[in-house]
Design a protein around this ligand. Structure first.
Ligand code: FMN
Length: 368
């Protein structure tokens, strides 16, 4: 077993930004921000501990670009300059820990519930899903769309001002950007719906607007899902979208696999796993992060072999804050769930995140 490549540096070609290793803390909602979206001490400790633990890149949770896009209680906000003091503290702490820092910028769309935003959610179209707690959205007006694109750009500008190295535009997992991409959630007949070109217009405009609002050396990536079947995002569309974003000059793509050791749902018998499908579509040049189902350093090496340049870790990083430092030891095995509350507190989880993780089946010894 070699663990060499995951611990070797990587340089993003356009900006020349070098990360000390290829282990990425993937975005994780942790419910620890203050109710007004400002940074809390608990959120600062949770992320700083992962920078100090050696993650080459540390990504924040999904952070809402406008108040009408908030998805959860305790979510970090990037929608107002009043949030800059906390964001600046966080960027400083991550840099002094040695990590390259990214804010994941997002809008929940139909998944921004009225109990948090005080208004009916909007989405690409007024679609319905048979999902628990689903709140019927109204169709976004063109004004909503333009305002939200500007909100993404303003949020990215704010992140640059705070001192972060870049942003990851959250186009995965069924939030507003995915709602525009999917044929179930987007049945519009104007220039924002119909063909893939029209459904992809929203994310591509966000990418361009974000680029225009930020300095040249600022990293801008897009996270996407290869397949989101309930919203009508198909593999072929995701592959085409990835090639368009690469041509548009995205600094990195981040594929959210959930399980990196599976082939696509559309090709269950394929010998090629998800990351390889994406790599073959985008060609060798575009930096690619792949995340999902990695616990051990050896598994991370395999995902690099599948075609990723960097590997994201989420669940494994919760109970193993210093995963990259530990990975340097040949015989190291990460601690696995269920974890005791004490273990998670030692790993710098605050009470709000601990309570959230109790809801993930089998994660905390006194949870579900
Ligand atoms: C507690 C928790 C919160 C998450 N929150 C986010 C999020 O805010 N944004 C996002 O893109 N993905 C989020 N995810 C998904 C992870 O980034 C990751 O893609 C997924 O957990 C699979 O990777 P893993 O097998 O390493 O855990 C979350 C996952 C967990 C466990």
């Amino acid at each position: 077993m070699t663990t060499q490549k995951i611990l070797s540096p990587y340089t993003f070609p356009r900006t020349g930004i070098t990360v000390p290793n290829r282990a990425v803390l993937a975005a994780m909602t942790n419910k620890q921000s203050h109710a007004d979206g400002s940074l809390s001490e608990d959120e600062l400790s949770w992320l700083s501990a992962r920078a100090a633990g050696g993650f080459g890149i540390v990504t924040t949770c999904a952070a809402h670009v406008s108040p009408d896009g908030q998805g959860w209680e305790g979510e970090l906000g990037v929608f107002d300059d009043a949030l800059l003091p906390g964001l600046t503290r966080l960027a400083d702490a991550l840099r002094s820990g040695g990590a390259v820092s990214l804010v994941q910028i997002f809008h929940g769309g139909v998944r921004a519930p009225s109990r948090l935003t005080g208004q009916q959610p909007f989405s690409a179209s007024a679609f319905k899903l048979d999902a628990e707690g689903f709140e019927a959205p109204r169709e976004a007006t063109v004004e909503d769309i333009e305002r939200t694109i500007s909100a993404f750009a303003a949020a990215a500008r704010r992140c640059a001002e705070a001192g972060f190295d870049g942003v990851e535009i959250h186009g995965a997992h069924g939030y507003l950007i995915t709602q525009f991409l999917g044929t179930v959630s987007n049945t519009r007949t104007d220039e924002w719906g119909g063909s893939l070109e029209n459904r992809a217009r929203f994310v591509r405009r966000i990418l361009t607007a974000t680029r225009e609002a930020t300095p040249d050396d600022f990293l801008i990536g897009v996270r996407f899902s290869p397949e989101v079947s309930d919203q009508g995002v198909e593999l072929d569309d995701a592959l085409t979208l990835a090639t368009w974003l690469a041509a548009d000059g995205v600094d990195f793509l981040h594929v959210s696999n959930w399980d990196s050791f599976k082939p696509p749902e559309k090709h269950p018998d394929s010998e090629k796993l998800l990351t390889t499908w994406i790599r073959e579509a985008i060609g060798p040049e575009t930096p690619l992060i792949a995340t999902g189902g990695v616990w051990t350093p050896a598994e991370a090496e395999q995902v690099l072999e599948h075609g990723a340049d960097l590997v994201g870790l989420a669940r494994a990083a919760i109970g193993n804050a210093s995963w990259p430092r530990e990975a340097a030891r040949a015989d190291w095995e990460p601690a696995r769930p269920p974890y005791t509350p004490e273990h998670l507190r030692d790993a710098a989880l605050g009470e709000a995140m601990l309570e959230y993780m109790r809801r993930w089946p089998g994660f905390v010894t006194d949870g579900r």
